[in-house]
Ligand binder design. Structure first.
Ligand SMILES: Cc1cc2nc3c(=O)[nH]c(=O)nc-3n(C[C@H](O)[C@H](O)[C@H](O)COP(=O)(O)O)c2cc1C
Length: 253
């Protein structure tokens, strides 16, 4: 079992490096770890029929690892350029192309990844505006195309003037270190998703029926009024909860 840390910050010993270290130093005994600092590599696009030794070397490291940990600060409310460039250049290695130009997951399918990002804005501002969302979204988009499965996210807002990472974030890093130390099945969150969906529907149905009680004088015993009011209320509540789930999909604090 091996975990590869991929550091994509301008600073080799900055806060993202510290968060990444905190994860890698706390994996379970026997788990091998390695860190690559992308700034040390001259990463250029893969040209067909030409060898690209740097991409081949990085590709080998990715292949030898079971879990990848991306640590990339948020720059201009986006993913750091160095990680974006790495993703752009690795595209032919991440995905296979079908004859019609569509892509399908390539050689790294079913590996796992954890994302780390940080930003200057405060925890409250990041919670409200989601400055770090785009960084996580870009990583997710690329990894989804490559068929790599997400384990989680760690975010550190309020980094202006910060020298050391807070204890709470260290604890979160330790938690994820333990989580990524065990070999995962392909995608073991299917059952969790079904349970979440069942709970959501159960709560929504209960609230809908609760709302219908004071409407009894209007609905009377009419089956169709009962049905229509249930459907409309249930739909509105479900739309709200789905919007909420999407809104807080990325960790912001
Ligand atoms: C080019 C650049 C752009 C940045 N853009 C943003 C930004 O849009 N919003 C923000 O909150 N912080 C921004 N920052 C601050 C970084 O996110 C912050 O410095 C980061 O936490 C540093 O991580 P590090 O210590 O690993 O280098 C930017 C920093 C740089 C260098």
């Amino acid at each position: 079992m091996k975990i590869l840390g991929i550091l994509a910050s301008h600073q080799e010993h900055g806060l993202n490096a510290k968060l990444l270290d905190e994860v890698l130093q706390n994996v379970k005994p026997g788990v091998e770890t390695e860190t690559v600092y992308l700034e040390n590599y001259d990463i250029t696009p893969h040209k067909y029929h030409e060898k690209n030794a740097v991409l081949d070397e990085l590709s080998k490291k990715l292949m030898e690892s079971d879990v990848w940990v991306f640590a990339a600060p948020t720059y201009w409310r986006e993913l750091s350029g160095v990680l974006k460039n790495f993703f752009d250049c690795m595209r032919p290695k991440f995905v296979y192309f079908k004859e019609n130009g569509d892509t399908i997951p390539g050689q790294f399918k079913n590996k796992h990844y954890l994302s780390i990002s940080s930003c200057y804005v405060s925890t409250l501002e990041n919670f409200i505006t989601g400055v770090t969302d785009e960084s996580f979204k870009t990583i997710d988009r690329v990894m989804t195309a490559a068929g790599v499965i997400k384990v989680g996210e760690i975010v550190l807002p309020g980094t202006f003037g910060m020298k050391e990472i807070p204890e709470s974030k260290k604890e979160l890093c330790h938690k994820y270190a333990k989580k990524i130390s065990v070999r995962k099945r392909k995608d073991d969150s299917t059952l969790k998703r079904y349970i979440q969906l069942f709970c959501m529907i159960a709560v929504m149905a209960l609230i809908t029926m609760g709302i219908q009680i004071p409407m009894k004088s209007f609905i009377g015993g009419s089956f169709w009024l009962n049905y229509v009011s249930f459907t409309v209320i249930f739909f509105v509540l479900l739309a709200c909860i789905l919007h909420f789930v999407t809104f807080v999909k990325h960790r912001r604090r």
